[in-house]
Structures are given as C-alpha cells and as structure tokens.
Design a protein around this ligand. Sequence first.
Ligand code: PEP
Ligand code: MN
Length: 350
Amino acid sequence: MIVVMKQGATDSEIKHMIRRVEELGLKAHPIYGTERTVIAAIGEKRGPVKESLESGSGVAEVVPILAPYKVASLEVKPERTVVRAGPFSVGNGHLGIIAGPCSVESEEQVVSTARAVKAAGATALRGGAFKPRTSPYAFQGLKEEGLKILATARAETGLPIITEVVAAADVPLVAQYADVLQIGARNMQNYRLLEAVGIVNRPVILKRGASATIDELLLAAEYVLNGGNPNVILCERGIRTFETHTRFTLPLATVPYLNERTHLPVVVDPSHGTGHTSLVPRMAAAAIAAGADGLMIEVHPDPETACSDGFQSLTFKQFEEMMVLCRKVAEAVGKDISPAQTSESDAGEK
Ligand code: PEP
Ligand code: MN
C-alpha cells in the first residue's frame, strides 16, 4: 500500500501515519518528495489495512502498489533517483561513465588506466580486487592489496572507485576503501549479501544475473533499498541465450523498460554484454541512445596481457574514441556526459 499524504500535511501527521503503519505490523518507508510525502507500507498485510489508514488525518488516499517490487517502483517514488559520489553522478539526465580494468593487477596498471580514462571523460574508476571467477583455477584478484591500489589511484586522480564485493563478510573491508560497491551478476540473488550492502553508507551498483528476469533484478534491488540504502544503480550486462557469437546477449530494451517502472538509474555494461572489444563502442553509444544513465566499460593498458577479460577490454585510445562517439549521442538525446561539478576533495568522500 502507499499512503499518499495531502500537500501541506504536517510533520506530526506524517509521523502519526508512520506509527500507524508500524502498528499494523508493516514496515513504513517514507519518501519525502518535493510536492508531497508518500509512505510505502510494506510487508504481508493482515486485515483491512487500506480502510484503517485512509481515515488518518492528512491522508489524501491509500492505493495498492501493483508492482511486485515496492520501494524500487515509480509508483512509490515518481522522482528519479540520482546517485552521486564526487564527480560521479548518475541519473535524471546525468551520465555516469565508469571505466577501468576487469581485475586490479598492479599499481602501475591501475594508476595509468585511471589517468587515461579520466582524461577521456570517465567519471569513476572501476577495478576488481575480489574476482568471482567461473573457474577456481583462474586469477581470483589481489583482494585487500588490490583495494589499496585502487585507493592510490583515487588519490592520484580524484576519481571515485567502484569495486566488487563477493561476500557479506567482506562488506566492511571493501566499504572502507570503495566509494561504490558492485554486486556482480553471479551474486544478484545472494540475498544475505544484498542485505549486508543495504545497511552500509555506500551506493551500490547491482548487475543483472545472466539468467535473471527484470522483475528478479528489481526485487534484488528491493532487498538493498529495504535495508535503508536508497542509492542503488541497476546494471544491464547481458543475458544468456542460445546465441554464441557474443559472450552474452545485450538486451537494450531493458533500459526504456526499466525507466518506465523504476526511479533507479540504469547503466549498461557492453563489455560483458558483448564479450568482444570491437563491439563495445557502438553498443555503448546505442545504450546512451536507448536512454541509459551511464556505462561500465573495461579498459586495460595492454588487453593482450590482462589477467581477465582482455578480449573485451578497450585500449586507452579505443576508450578515447568511444567517448567521442558517446558524447555526440549524449548531446543528441539531451544527456549531460561531463563530470559533475565538485571540488577534487569531494571525490571519495566517506
Ligand atoms: C565484472 O564486472 O568484471 C564482472 C565479473 O561482471 P559480471 O558480474 O557482470 O559478470
Ligand atoms: Mn570482467
């Protein structure tokens, strides 16, 4: 249910309704909009909740939430969510450009990549320190040493850092270093991990599982939002189909579909989505044309020697050329691709 308060409802009327919702055994999730406040009443309902809440003072109406996800839905929050971390701003017309190597391998590799992608217009640096690999024999990442390297690159460039967390037990450690936590496709339905990142003060980028439906993605986001963390970015990274020419199939219709249903920003990862360097730039541009709020792109100083995903990584020059193309498309669709205005010292602010 959504309790829609009247315009001009007082603070005490709002507080009273939050209490009433809780007394009914439901979780109250207030959203203070510019025009009006709504209180999402979430949980299993028992008894005549609607009738009971409708009579509250200051209440305009009580309406059911039709979507299976609640807090993520546009019905509950019609204003678009903008997620920020220093110069990285994503949503509501602002494009977040996330770039960096699949795996953190060395300081030299990460710092040189950070400098190059920043110069080309990236607004966040991404690199994996904890890698979820299909094979237990593949490179698993440098772990905390990798997090330290990312922090050095942030100090050198001012770019906020995004890195994956693969286990609930690692959340405090990764959150100590990262500005934004990435939940990978393999963990999209790791509900204990989603709960763990729901209670930390860091934005979360949630990648779609390779076999997950869009409703499952939104319900996974709901776990994070329900913990009290409102800063969730969704990421389309391709799904598994019968097609084998590309590593995954990248369904760009996800972007406008999500835009019609959720206020959360949506970014696209054409690196994993295609699995081929040569396909990445045009799919990145297509994602922006489809209305994406940002991109996640794998970039490596020397893709041939990369410890992971070199075959889908761009060189510095290729990334720069991709940005030239993306800038044109962004301008055509009225999106701002430049870094958010901020002082350098805001980057990585905890
Ligand atoms: C990655 O971002 O390097 C990664 C492992 O992606 P995904 O979780 O989408 O497979
Ligand atoms: Mn990768």
